[in-house]
Write a protein that binds this ligand. Structure first.
Ligand code: BDR
Ligand code: CA
Length: 315
């Protein structure tokens, strides 16, 4: 059966794993129509994330993709970045030339608002891969767009895996917990890819070599990025490789049966200094709180890497 591609906006802070997610989406036009890529401050400051998004589009030869710059600081807090994971540029690893393709003049938040108002209701899916500042700002400024969103499929949070930036919190939620709270309370259908999933989608030698042996420029770059950032997680967790967090979001849109999860209540801690940004997930159903998210817990990692390798070979 043929179906028309799902319209998405990718909201991102690249980041090597964001880069792989964007490449997977760019390689999948039969499944996904990318209306725009909106960038936000996160892994590195906005001046770099907006540039990195354009570098990635150029690498894929998709220079007509619209890239927007959005919020450069979280709603209420000072920006926390993650150069210790992603390197100074956010895309450390292979050397990449500065992009030539232009940055759109419109602010990312205005683009999100305008697009949701212009498209038919429930036809646009938001795919946040970084802190939720742009999405929450759009919802605050234009509440009428909230019930026009088809779905939000995001990478963020953790439950059994607890935290990666603090003992209690995952990076994307921790950086802007107030924004996350707005999104999790918005009533929009949410699919959440937490660390519980992404830490089961680890790179290993064979998977990285499969990227390299695709034989195209994209395969080489992805292999080099993976080589760069796996050193951090291997040292930290003693694991075999590193998680490719953000591509789980795009893989879900293409092949949802790779993932398993539960419809549960998920709340964001915004008060406690100790557990700020924690995603308090009622996995065991110990409250009667209504479910606001499909919170994922499992992934077929072999299928996930097979999908990635197959699709990246098209670029
Ligand atoms: C998330 O934080 C970033 O470092 C990654 O790009 C991913 O979006 C994982 O906690
Ligand atoms: Ca990210």
């Amino acid at each position: 059966m043929t179906h028309s591609p799902r319209k998405i906006i990718i909201d991102t802070d690249p980041g090597q794993d964001d880069a792989v997610a964007i490449l997977l989406a760019l390689a999948s036009p039969e499944d996904l129509e990318i209306l725009g890529i909106t960038t936000v401050a996160g892994n590195v400051p906005l001046s770099l994330t907006q540039k990195n998004a354009r570098i990635i589009c150029e690498l894929a030869g998709k220079t007509a993709t619209k890239v927007f710059a959005g919020c450069d600081v979280p709603l209420k807090r000072k920006l926390v970045t993650a150069e210790h994971v992603h390197g100074k540029t956010g895309l450390d690893g292979p050397k990449m030339a500065d992009p030539i393709m232009p940055l759109q003049e419109q602010h990312a938040v205005d683009f999100i608002i305008e697009t949701l108002r212009a498209e038919e209701p429930h036809t646009v899916t938001l795919c946040p891969l970084g802190p939720l500042t742009n999405i929450a700002t759009a919802f605050n400024r234009a509440p009428d767009i909230i019930n026009r969103v088809q779905q939000i499929v995001l990478m963020g949070g953790a439950y059994f895996e607890v935290g990666n930036i603090t003992p209690a919190a995952e990076f994307n939620i921790y950086v802007d917990p107030e924004a996350a709270e707005i999104v999790f309370k918005s009533g929009v259908s949410l699919v959440v890819m937490p660390l519980d999933v992404t830490h089961k989608a680890l790179t290993n030698r064979a998977r990285i070599e499969a990227f390299r042996s695709i034989g195209n420029e994209v395969g080489r770059m992805v292999a080099e990025w993976a080589d760069f950032f796996e050193r951090f997680d291997m040292q930290k967790y003693g694991s075999e490789g590193a998680p490719l967090h953000d591509p789980c979001v795009i893989a879900y849109l293409i092949q949802p049966d790779l993932f398993t999860g539960r419809h549960i209540s998920v709340k964001i801690e915004t008060q406690s200094e100790l557990t700020l940004g924690m995603t308090v997930a009622d996995w065991w159903g110990v409250t009667k709180d209504p479910a606001n998210a499909l919170f994922m817990g499992g992934v077929d990692a072999t299928g996930f890497y097979a999908l990635l390798t197959k699709r990246l070979a098209r670029l």
